[in-house]
Write a protein that binds this ligand. Structure first.
Ligand SMILES: O=P(O)(O)OC[C@H]1O[C@](O)(CO)[C@@H](O)[C@@H]1O
Length: 445
């Protein structure tokens, strides 16, 4: 299970002030538990891990098997919360070069419906031309343009290449129980469907079929993922005292840092497999807290890579940032730096050391340098990359986000601001029903 260390924030904020959040956090936990806070119709994620049944997981695994048995490639069509959680888990647990390996143990997983790039979609459809592929179409609203557009292309291509009957076996929809175009299409075509519960918002949906189905298709153990989340649900429960509750401490510390003028939180990893965990986290916190002209700006970096690009800014730029490091304790493989007689590169001081030891010293050196440079540092220790630990990490962030949003005084479960670009785009594209907006926006051009 993960652990949290906030010692390296205490040169910037006081331990006493963080501890003083106890009452506020209790109130936030109570609002979540009793459903008395803002956005209380979207609390379905709160006890989701402990409610997921064996039968539900078996049904997901059975559908995953159909896709695994019948597809060389599976496209996950979705955007935001409808793909980031799945991608975060799959990339964290996969071999870094999985798609280049000759011996495949699972279909190649490809993501679409998260951009509107013509080149991306053209190149994808070209690649798929000789592939037996399937699609998981994921959209809670069922009407998101990026996803709907990609799915329209993929559905046609799948039917053209594999025939309508096979296409029905290898296209699965994850969407609302009743409404939206994705639901209408799935019902009409007779696709297997999974429901995204009404009371679970997109960014909190990784432990629904939105995340679980693609993760199972990729060959990972969704029972262990859910078990890790369920144990974290207990560890972060409302009955767990503040000082022992990692979600409470994380939420309190980041809010105290924010109140002290640290407006940007940078999520850091030293393992590229965690890149999409950060992408998922950015949506979770960005959409939940960035409203009412408030909110910590969630940013992320992959170290040590980005130490050579963003390192300068972090070390010496405006002191409005803090870092939260996901520190991977145990790596999966062993690789030692070889001894070289000639030592032309001068690296013999590392000979015999594990590559991970070098990485760990880079991590420690960075933490000390950044703290010295005025950047408060929190550290989340992830024991190793497996389903159980990742499940726990995801739930930890979700729970802390719910608490943190209430500490900030916003509704953490809506995202009204996302509509502005959509309205303008539809007006510019002359979508029926947007006639007035079209006129108004053209007048501005
Ligand atoms: O699942 P949907 O409805 O396609 O939405 C995808 C994403 O788009 C948003 O609704 C923003 O428009 C996110 O909150 C969500 O995760």
């Amino acid at each position: 299970m993960i652990s949290l260390n906030i010692e390296k924030t205490f040169g910037f904020i006081s331990k006493e002030k963080v501890s003083a959040y106890d009452a506020e956090v209790k109130a936030a936990q109570e609002m979540l538990e009793k459903g008395t806070g803002k956005g209380n119709d979207f609390l379905g994620w709160l006890h989701l891990p402990s409610f997921i049944s064996k039968e539900h997981l078996a049904e997901l695994n059975a559908t995953a098997k159909v896709l695994r048995d019948n597809c060389e490639v599976v496209i996950i069509a979705g955007i935001g919360g409808s793909y980031l959680g799945a991608r975060a888990v799959i990339e964290a647990l996969s071999n870094s070069f999985t798609w280049l390996q000759d011996k495949k143990t699972a279909p190649v997983m490809i993501y679409a419906g998260h951009n509107i790039s013509e080149d991306y979609l053209y190149e994808l459809t070209e690649y798929l031309k000789d592939k037996k592929f399937g699609v998981i179409n994921i959209s809670k609203s069922g009407t998101t343009t990026e996803t709907a557009l990609a799915f329209r292309l993929l559905k046609k291509q799948c039917e053209d290449q594999r025939g309508k009957e096979t296409a029905k076996q290898v296209i699965v929809a994850v969407t609302d129980a009743k409404k939206g175009a994705a639901r209408v299409t799935a019902d009409k075509e007779g696709y297997k469907t999974f429901i995204i519960p009404d009371n679970v918002g997109g960014r909190f949906s990784v432990l629904t079929p939105v995340g679980l189905l693609p993760i199972a298709v990729a060959g990972f153990d969704i029972e262990q993922l859910v078990a890790g989340a369920a144990d974290m649900e207990k560890a972060c429960g409302a009955d767990v005292p503040f000082a022992e509750n990692p979600a409470a401490i994380y939420a309190a510390t980041r809010n105290e840092l924010y109140r002290s003028g640290k407006k940007i939180e940078i999520l850091v990893n030293f393992c590229p497999k965690l890149h999409y965990v950060s992408e998922w986290w950015k949506q979770l916190y960005g959409e939940s807290e960035g409203k009412d002209n408030k909110g910590i700006f969630p940013a992320s970096v992959d170290f040590s890579t980005d130490l050579h690009s963003m390192g300068q800014w972090i070390q010496e730029g405006e002191r409005s940032i803090f870092e939260t490091v996901i520190s991977l304790d145990k790596v999966d493989h062993k690789l030692e730096v070889p001894f070289d007689e000639a030592n032309l590169d001068g690296l013999n001081f590392l000979a015999g050391k594990r590559v991970d030891e070098v990485n760990k010293m880079a991590e420690l050196g960075t933490q000390l340098a950044h703290v010295d440079g005025g950047v408060p540092n929190m550290r989340i220790v992830l024991p190793s990359l497996n389903e159980y630990n990742i499940g726990g990490l995801l739930y930890f962030f979700e729970k802390a986000c719910g608490i943190s949003g209430y500490l900030l005084g916003v509704n953490p479960f809506n995202q009204p601001g996302v509509e502005a670009y959509k309205k303008n785009m539809f007006a510019l594209l002359d979508k029926p029903g947007y006639e007035e907006e079209s006129k108004a926006i053209r007048a501005k051009l």
